[in-house]
Design a protein around this ligand. Structure first.
Ligand SMILES: C[S@@+](CC[C@H](N)C(=O)[O-])C[C@H]1O[C@@H](n2cnc3c(N)ncnc32)[C@H](O)[C@@H]1O
Length: 253
């Protein structure tokens, strides 16, 4: 939306992969009034971003990564049709979190990913075996839900679609990843890989991120714009630490 995930991947590409390659970002860049969690409750976020694409463009320019980031404006259920099979080394899924959308994104990703490449995504806080299955199915089309067993908020659409396509895997703080090996997909153990907080990460959130990621390396410099805080509340910074992990996994390719 505002480019935080895009910047994370592009910075990773730049630093750990000699700036070889590019990042395609598919988003509707439309009105988006998301939901957020506050003290265990789901509340509607009152910020409706109408300038998301402008913020995205500004951010990638300020970070000097606009030469390797390419936006594709459209609904991922159809926009991904235009992309070439087996072309991508990493596909990060963090679009609409409703079941039908996540399922479509994963199925498209399976077609688009290269052999040895990684499909990953955000917001897999709970897996099917850990939640009430009746509530899971009832809430699967919502952007976010709440598990009656634990009382915890999570994303039922992500939980169900990832399970149906990959089975039980090994997420780390909501981030999940699998690696294509021939016709199979192997779960990636994210926990053992190095962690980096990227240069543009907001300083007021660094300490929180460090605690969550334990011993993450910080590379800081200011510059990226947010919109009324919505940018950082989206948790899309999670992608940031994934970057080094992913390029570490793909090293030598
Ligand atoms: C949780 S946000 C994450 C955005 C991005 N990963 C980031 O970190 O900035 C979900 C995004 O999905 C986009 N979105 C919603 N429905 C979509 C669809 N059908 N196709 C493509 N993008 C969609 C929204 O516009 C929003 O930017």
């Amino acid at each position: 939306m505002c480019g935080t995930s895009a910047l994370a991947w592009a910075e990773g590409l730049s630093k750990y992969h000699g700036r070889k390659g590019c990042v395609f970002c598919v988003d509707v860049w439309d009105r988006w009034s998301g939901l957020e969690f506050q003290e265990g409750q789901i509340v509607a976020r009152d910020t409706v971003l109408q300038v998301a694409y402008d913020i995205f463009s500004y951010n990638i320019k300020v970070a000097r990564l606009d030469d390797i980031i390419f936006p594709i404006i459209g609904d991922s259920r159809t926009a991904l049709d235009a992309l070439r099979d087996g072309y991508f080394d990493i596909i990060y899924i963090d679009g609409h979190h409703g079941y039908e959308y996540v399922l479509s994104d994963i199925r498209n990703a399976k077609r688009l990913i290269s052999d040895g490449g990684i499909i990953c995504g955000d917001d897999l806080e709970k897996q099917v075996g850990e939640v009430d299955n009746i509530a899971l199915k009832a809430q699967k089309d919502q952007i976010a839900g709440s598990d009656p067993l634990s009382g915890s908020p999570y994303h039922p659409g992500v939980t169900l679609a990832v399970f149906e396509e990959f089975g039980t895997i090994n997420p780390f703080i909501g981030l999940w990843a699998v690696r294509k090996a021939g016709t199979e997909f192997d779960s990636v153990d994210l926990e053992v890989l190095p962690r980096v907080i990227p240069s543009w990460f907001p300083s007021e959130r660094v300490e929180q991120a460090r605690q969550l990621l334990e011993n993450a390396v910080i590379e800081q410099s200011p510059g990226v714009c947010s919109s009324k805080g919505a940018l950082w509340r989206s948790r899309s910074w999670m992608a940031a630490f994934a970057v080094k992990k992913m390029y570490y996994l793909l090293r030598g390719r």
